[in-house]
Write a protein that binds this ligand. Structure first.
Ligand code: GDP
Length: 206
């Protein structure tokens, strides 16, 4: 899939303020500093579509981008929404901000009808983290379809990345019957771009 155009559309405080659910929607979320903005920029081929390293916890909104893409074979021009969601794990977030985030996120995940897939980003430099595991359990309880995206894989030796990913899945295996799909990425090296875009394209064709 080729990205033809990617543009910021709007930021919304709750799911019912989001743009009309006209197109398939792909949401990105993860712990603060996981590399979400860098990944979104890498996927869309735009250097500063999503703001990298914005003040942590400041932007507590649902951010919609409109993506126009075309398939590898002379296919029709496709439109879809890419959504940059505020993440979790900000140490400095106040109780009331946290509660607001929880409500916004729950509303969005439970009610956004065009939500096709959620990409949960996991920092490949670390072993399984409690807040990542808790978050994906919550998604599962809500019946949300998600994939895991391991980020920043250029930052560690391949053996360390492999060990961390294995440890993550080993932890999941203790309680999960079905394991989620995963992607191995580096925004720095543009790794995983083709795979993720092909997956999004495949999803869109279904
Ligand atoms: P966000 O807070 O999740 O949006 O994370 P950012 O995209 O702002 O990235 C946080 C930090 O990690 C920044 O300093 C990025 O330059 C760095 N970073 C993000 N992705 C990668 C990557 O794939 N490789 C490397 N080496 N650094 C990355």
């Amino acid at each position: 899939m080729e990205i033809r155009k990617a543009a910021y559309l709007v930021s919304s405080p709750s799911f019912d303020k989001c743009p009309k659910a006209d197109y398939p929607e792909y949401a990105f979320i993860g712990r603060s500093n996981v590399g979400k903005s860098s990944l979104i920029n890498m996927l869309t081929g735009q250097r500063s579509l999503a703001k990298t390293s914005a003040t942590p916890g400041k932007t507590q909104l649902i951010n919609h981008f409109v993506i126009e893409s075309s398939s590898g074979q002379k296919g029709p021009l496709d439109k879809w929404y890419l959504v940059d969601l505020p993440g979790y794990g900000y140490a400095k977030r106040s109780q009331s901000d946290r509660r607001r985030w929880e409500q916004m996120i729950e509303g969005y995940f439970r009610k956004r009808e065009n939500l096709t897939q959620v990409f949960v980003l996991i920092d490949s430099r670390h072993g399984p983290q409690k807040n990542d595991l808790e978050f994906i359990s919550q998604l599962d309880k809500w019946g949300v379809v998600f994939s895991l995206v391991f980020t920043k894989t250029d930052k560690e030796k391949p053996a360390v990345v492999e060990r961390n990913i294995k440890a993550f899945f080993d932890t999941l295996k203790t309680t999960w019957q079905f394991l989620p799909r995963h992607f191995i990425t580096s925004a720095e090296k543009k790794l995983g771009r083709e795979e993720m875009l092909a997956f999004i394209e495949g999803n869109n064709l279904d």
